[in-house]
Write a new protein. Structure first.
Length: 255
């Protein structure tokens, strides 16, 4: 059984998070995916209801069973498959939202990828409700879709515990904890060595861990936050000179 539904993506959603598609697969031994980084729009969450499957990440194979879950950001290579003898039953949802990915990164939910759920009952019901909403005739209400997915996200975050200890977990946690401070200091000159020292690792290792968490280089992350703040100031203060806004968000006057 392959039950799946797709939601319209206008590309201009004002909501914190929005589902792009959702599905429920059962008794599908050929279910297998291998996607290159950025091959699909949005990230996705899968939870295993029964049966078995495997996931491969950074060359490590993880056997999955009922009660396991995986949350994969679009910037990573994605490789997973159902067991052919005991095929898994899975619920999944693809989603997007720039701010929701920032939240997941800053709270450590993008690393590790594989999780175990203390309880999946509420999460299972919420994901099935989203699929049911997509099966209805007529256009879906964007507000309801966003709320349904936000419920899924919060239930997952409340119930998920790491599948196993990642060998880089200490560095991942320290860099993740720095993300809010980096955002607050985005208007100041970015000095890689200082942030790496705060994380207790070398600059090159900091860049590698940072890219694993966010999918981008530290400088690109800072630049994005500067542009976001500049856009917000332009909307809120249309009479403010562009040169002043540029200076306040961190760009020198002659740039």
């Amino acid at each position: 059984m392959r039950l799946q539904t797709y939601f319209p993506d206008t590309g201009t959603s004002p909501f914190f998070c929005m589902p792009l598609a959702a599905g429920w697969y059962r008794n599908e031994p050929d279910h297998s995916e291998h996607r290159a980084p950025h091959a699909v729009l949005g990230s996705h969450l899968h939870i295993v209801l029964s049966g078995k499957g495997t996931l491969v990440n950074h060359g490590v194979t993880y056997p999955l069973k009922a009660g396991d879950a995986f949350l994969w950001a679009s910037h990573l290579e994605q490789r997973y498959s159902s067991d052919r003898v005991d095929p898994w039953e899975v619920l999944w949802v693809h989603f997007h939202g720039e701010r929701v990915m920032e939240l997941l990164a800053e709270t450590g939910f993008l690393n590790p990828i594989v999780w175990h759920l203390r309880s999946r009952e509420g999460l299972e019901a919420a994901m099935k409700a989203l699929i049911e909403e997509g099966q209805k005739l007529g256009p879906s209400d964007d507000v309801r879709l966003s709320c349904l997915f936000y419920e899924i996200l919060t239930l997952f975050m409340a119930q998920a515990i790491p599948y196993e200890q990642d060998p880089e977990q200490g560095a991942l946690q320290r860099v993740t904890q720095l993300l809010p401070a980096m955002r607050e200091a985005a208007a100041e000159p970015f000095v890689l060595e200082e942030w790496a020292a705060r994380a207790g690792i070398s600059p090159s290792y900091f860049c590698r861990v940072f890219r694993r968490i966010t999918g981008m280089r530290p400088n690109d992350h800072i630049r994005r936050h500067r542009l976001q703040r500049a856009k917000k100031m332009l909307l809120e203060q249309p009479a403010c000179p562009v040169s002043r806004i540029a200076k306040e968000v961190g760009y020198p006057a002659d740039s």
